[in-house]
Design a protein around this ligand. Structure first.
Ligand SMILES: Nc1ncnc2c1ncn2[C@@H]1O[C@H](COP(=O)(O)OP(=O)(O)O)[C@@H](O)[C@H]1O
Ligand SMILES: Nc1ccn([C@@H]2O[C@H](COP(=O)(O)OP(=O)(O)O)[C@@H](O)[C@H]2O)c(=O)n1
Length: 189
């Protein structure tokens, strides 16, 4: 089976997860959120749980090998051939390590571009009880995003794979842009 994956990329609160849920409905991809997988790992009481929890509280990026193992396991268990990988890669090391381990590159990268003020507003009203949605951790996450995003985007840009979307618009409008990128031929019948 030939496996294909698309990356959902953007700052914290840019709306990646929200758009991924729409894409799953419309285009039949399996959504794999790196953040959700890491949070599930904390809950499962695994030996890495405490380390992951501390990193997330500080807005830091968990070592690649940990996140990659979780993604690979989820892909193997699912059995679909189309994956939407959300919140990964978060930095250049994430990207290079994943491609080395799997030997696969993404079909394309959806880049949800959103100003910080808007992302901050959304995160502060997200109400999912997340330990990292407080102003102190949010600022740290923005800093990490600013520092780590450019090399990742530049890498994919050089390969012509970045599809930049203005994510500051209402959810439905953003999804119209997403649909135009996936194209009518990929819609579920
Ligand atoms: N286009 C949008 N306009 C307004 N609010 C949005 C939009 N997209 C997402 N949201 C809301 O903002 C918050 C963060 O969105 P989410 O999809 O969780 O972001 P991310 O996965 O990028 O961190 C959620 O509460 C979501 O309902
Ligand atoms: N590839 C990843 C993705 C998330 N994470 C951690 O998980 C946190 C939350 O990521 P997320 O993708 O669920 O949420 P947002 O920060 O995009 O809102 C990040 O701030 C990191 O601490 C990570 O370490 N490595």
């Amino acid at each position: 089976m030939v496996i294909k994956y698309v990356i959902s990329y953007g700052g914290p609160g840019s709306g990646k997860g929200t758009q991924c849920a729409n894409i799953v409905q419309h285009f039949g991809y399996t959504h794999l959120s790196a953040g959700d997988l890491l949070r599930a790992e904390i809950k499962s009481g695994s030996e890495n749980g405490t380390m992951i929890q501390n990193m997330i509280k500080e807005g830091k990026i968990v070592p690649s090998e940990v996140t990659i193992k979780l993604l690979q396991r989820a892909m193997q268990e699912d059995g679909n051939d189309k994956f939407l990988i959300d919140g990964f890669p978060r930095n250049e090391e994430n990207r290079a390590a994943f491609e080395k381990v799997t030997g696969m590159e993404p079909a394309f990268v959806l880049f949800f571009d959103c100003p910080e003020e808007e992302m901050e507003k959304r995160l502060l009203s997200r109400n999912q009880g997340r330990e990292d949605d407080n102003i102190e951790t949010i600022r740290k996450r923005f800093k990490v995003f600013l520092e780590s995003s450019l090399p990742v985007i530049n890498h994919y840009d050089a390969k012509g794979k970045v599809r930049k979307i203005d994510a500051a618009r209402p959810i439905e409008e953003v999804f119209e842009s997403v649909k135009a990128i996936f194209g009518p031929k990929n819609e579920k019948s």
